[in-house]
Design a protein around this ligand. Structure first.
Ligand code: HEM
Length: 244
């Protein structure tokens, strides 16, 4: 009994960690999409694109109380910690649920649940690989797929996404991410015990609306650059940005 209790509690604990870290990561994505959409809001009077100003703001947020980059590094640490915990705990839960699975399964359920579990694993691995590639591409500029300059976010996006294979690759990953998030949100509802036949339709609709909105928000940025709907970047003095 004690063993079952400990197992149950540890499963509950893991589910809680998966849910909290999942929410932190989802919150980051909402913030990220909102920041990305600033490519459509134009530039300030001195020609600095709003998205570049926003990127600069994130570096100095908290000043003068905090030194520059401090808040950004704290956010990065929280994000990385959430990501590592999320992947670890979700993998543990998948192993536990596999071990506890009864042999007598309605055939369709078995096929559907193993398909979803496998999809979550492969898409999760793809998203992890994407995040590493993406940081090397747009944050550090280590992988140069177009002319790159630190802080010149609009121009970096323009130079990469005006090459359609890069835009298409980003769009494809965003579709995979959308499905991963849809399934993740749905599992979160089940984890929290919110699912119930009276509510399931509303919960599914909520999960679909959230993930479709987020996915479209991400996809419209590369699409707009790919199809030439965006103004070419204008040269501006870099010190306009560093002065904030
Ligand atoms: C079309 C979709 C996306 C676009 C256009 C985009 C664009 C960008 C750009 C331009 C930066 C660099 C910002 C800067 O220099 O300050 C960045 C950073 C980043 N992006 Fe994305 N992103 C997209 C999707 C994603 C997704 C889906 C994730 C996560 C799953 C993600 C995670 C990150 C992370 C972790 C950083 C580094 C933030 C930092 O530590 O400063 N991005 N993104």
């Amino acid at each position: 009994m004690k063993r079952i209790n400990t197992l149950y509690l540890s499963t509950i604990g893991k589910k809680a960690i998966a849910a909290i870290t999942g929410l932190v990561l989802f919150g980051f994505l909402i913030g990220h999409v909102a920041g990305n959409l600033k490519v459509f809001t134009g530039s300030s009077a001195d020609g600095v694109p709003h998205i570049d100003e926003y990127g600069q703001f994130l570096k100095v947020v908290g000043e003068p109380i905090l030194p520059p980059m401090f808040a950004l590094w704290i956010a990065r640490a929280v994000l990385l910690g959430s990501l590592v915990l999320h992947v670890w705990v979700v993998a543990q839960l998948a192993k536990l649920s596999h071990a506890a699975r009864p042999m007598k399964y309605v055939r369709n359920h078995k096929v559907a649940s193993s398909w979803a579990a496998r999809y979550m694993m492969y898409s999760g691995l793809l998203i992890l690989a994407f995040v590493v590639f993406h940081i090397l591409h747009f944050t550090t500029g280590t992988i140069q797929l177009g002319e790159f300059e630190h802080g010149m976010i609009y121009s970096n996006l323009f130079n990469s996404f005006s090459k359609w294979p890069i835009g298409l690759a980003y769009i494809s990953v965003m579709v995979v991410l959308g499905l991963h998030l849809y399934h993740g949100i749905w599992s979160l509802f089940q984890t929290l015990g919110l699912d119930n036949p009276d509510r399931n339709n509303a919960l599914r609709t909520f999960a679909v609306v959230m993930t479709v909105a987020l996915t479209i928000g991400f996809i419209v940025v590369p699409l707009a650059f790919m199809f030439g709907g965006m103004l070419a970047p204008v040269e501006y003095a870099h010190d306009l940005l560093t002065e904030g």
